[in-house]
Design a protein around this ligand. Structure first.
Ligand SMILES: Nc1ncnc2c1ncn2[C@@H]1O[C@H](COP(=O)(O)OP(=O)(O)OP(=O)(O)O)[C@@H](O)[C@H]1O
Ligand SMILES: [Mg+2]
Length: 343
C-alpha cells in the first residue's frame, strides 16, 4: 500500500478549471472520501492520481516518489467505476481472474484460482463463480467489479461512486463490507461520492470539493461540527442545517453576522419564551421530525414528541447560543460567540 500526495495540482479543460491548486495528503491505509456536487472535480482528481490525466501544474507523489510523469501502469492504482465494467461474455471467475492473467503478470493457474476464490469469499460471491457476468443482479455485478480491483492487490484503490447505481439497502450493506475489507487489508482508498451519508459513515477523513477547489478537509466530526463555510455546513447532515437570518436575533450575534446556522438536532422545542411565531408544517413522530415556518423560512427540528403537532398550530423554538454557528454575507464562518445573554 502507499501514501499519496498531491501538491498544488491543477487541471483545466479549456475554460473549465476542473481542479484548482489541490493539495492533499492521503496517509498509507487511510480511507479518504471526496465529497462534492456534480462537476466539482472529483473524477478528475482520481484520474490525476491514477495517471489517466496529466496535471497542468503541481506534483503527484506516491510513497514520497514523484510520479507526475509516470504511466498509469507503473502507479498501480485500481479504479472502480460507477458503472460495473465487466466482460459480459466471461464467467464471474474469468472476470475476476482477468487482471491476474494480463501479459504483465501472468500468474500461475493455481495462484489465480486461489486469489479468485479468496476474493470471491470476501465478497460473498463464491456461489456465482461459474455464472456469466450478465446473469448477475446489479449488486452482484458491482461486487465482481470491486473484486476485480481487489484481486490484484494494488497499491491504491480509487473508487468513483461505486455504489451509486445500487438500491438503498444493498448500498448500505456494501458500504459496511467495503469498509471492513479496507480495514482488514490496510488498503489506501480514495473514494468519491456525492452522498453525504456515505461520506460520513465511511471516511477516516472527508475532503469537500466545490468547483475544483478543496473547501475543507477533516474527520467527519470536524467537518460536521466545525465547518469553515456555509456551503460546507450545508453539504453534511440530513435534514440540512437550518440557516436563519441574523435579524431574528436582534444584534445578539457577533459583528458581521448575516446567517445563523443550527443543526436540526440542536433546535429545542420550548413550551415558552424564546423564538415564537412559528407555524407547524409537518410533524412525524416516527422520524422525530418537526418542520415549522416563520416569515417563509423553514426550521427543521429533531425532537421527541408524545403527541403529533397538527399542521398550522403554533410552535416556539429555542436556539441554544452555544450550538449556533455564525456566518458573514459571503458565507465565511465568524469566530465570535453569541452575546453572553444568549440568543
Ligand atoms: N475530458 C474532459 N473534457 C472537457 N471537460 C471535462 C473533461 N473532464 C471533466 N471535464 C469538466 O471538468 C469539470 C469537473 O468534472 P469531473 O468529472 O471531475 O466532476 P465530478 O465531480 O466527477 O462530477 P460528477 O459528480 O458529475 O461525476 C466539469 O465541469 C466537467 O465538465
Ligand atoms: Mg465524476
Amino acid at each position: 500500500m502507499a501514501s499519496i500526495e498531491l501538491s498544488g495540482v491543477s487541471r483545466a479543460f479549456g475554460e473549465v478549471k476542473a481542479v484548482s491548486e489541490l493539495s492533499l495528503h492521503v496517509a498509507d491505509g487511510e480511507f479518504l472520501v471526496l465529497l462534492g456536487p456534480s462537476g466539482a472535480g472529483k473524477t478528475t482528481t482520481l484520474r490525476l492520481v491514477a495517471g489517466l490525466e496529466r496535471p497542468d501544474a503541481g506534483r503527484v507523489r506516491m510513497d514520497g516518489h514523484d510520479v507526475t510523469g509516470s504511466l498509469p501502469a507503473s502507479r498501480d492504482c485500481a479504479f472502480v467505476f460507477q458503472q460495473y465494467s465487466l466482460y459480459p461474455h466471461l464467467s464471474v471467475f474469468d472476470n475476476l481472474a482477468f487482471p491476474l492473467r494480463s501479459p504483465l503478470r501472468r500468474s500461475e493457474p493455481a495462484e489465480v484460482k486461489r486469489r479468485v476464490e479468496e476474493v470471491a469469499a470476501l465478497l460473498h460471491i463464491e456461489a456465482k463463480l461459474a455464472r456469466r457476468a450478465t446473469e448477475l443482479s446489479g449488486g452482484e455485478m458491482q461486487r465482481v467489479a470491486i473484486g476485480r480491483a481487489l484481486v490484484r492487490r494494488p497499491r491504491v484503490f480509487l473508487m468513483d461512486e461505486p455504489l451509486s447505481s445500487l438500491d438503498a439497502q444493498l448500498r448500505e450493506e456494501l458500504r459496511v463490507e467495503l469498509r471492513r475489507l479496507q480495514r482488514s487489508t490496510g488498503a489506501t482508498v480514495i473514494y468519491v461520492t456525492h452522498d453525504h451519508v456515505e461520506a460520513t459513515t465511511m471516511a477516516d477523513r472527508i475532503g469537500i470539493l466545490e468547483r475544483g477547489v478543496l473547501q475543507q478537509l477533516g474527520t467527519p466530526l470536524e467537518v460536521y461540527g466545525d465547518p469553515r463555510t456555509l456551503p460546507v455546513a450545508q453539504r453534511l447532515g440530513s435534514p440540512a442545517i437550518n440557516v436563519l437570518p441574523a435579524q431574528w436575533f436582534e444584534g445578539r450575534t457577533p459583528a458581521g453576522t448575516a446567517h445563523v446556522a443550527i443543526r436540526p438536532e440542536d433546535v429545542r422545542l420550548s413550551p415558552e419564551g424564546e423564538a415564537a411565531g412559528f407555524r407547524v408544517i409537518e410533524c412525524s413522530l416516527v422520524k422525530h421530525q418537526l418542520v415549522a415556518e416563520r416569515q417563509g423560512i423553514e426550521v427543521h427540528a429533531r425532537v421527541m414528541l408524545d403527541q403529533p403537532l397538527a399542521p398550522g398550530s403554533p410552535a416556539r423554538f429555542g436556539f441554544p447560543a452555544e450550538r449556533c454557528l455564525f456566518f458573514d454575507a459571503a458565507g465565511r464562518r465568524l469566530a465570535g460567540a453569541a452575546h453572553p445573554g444568549g440568543l
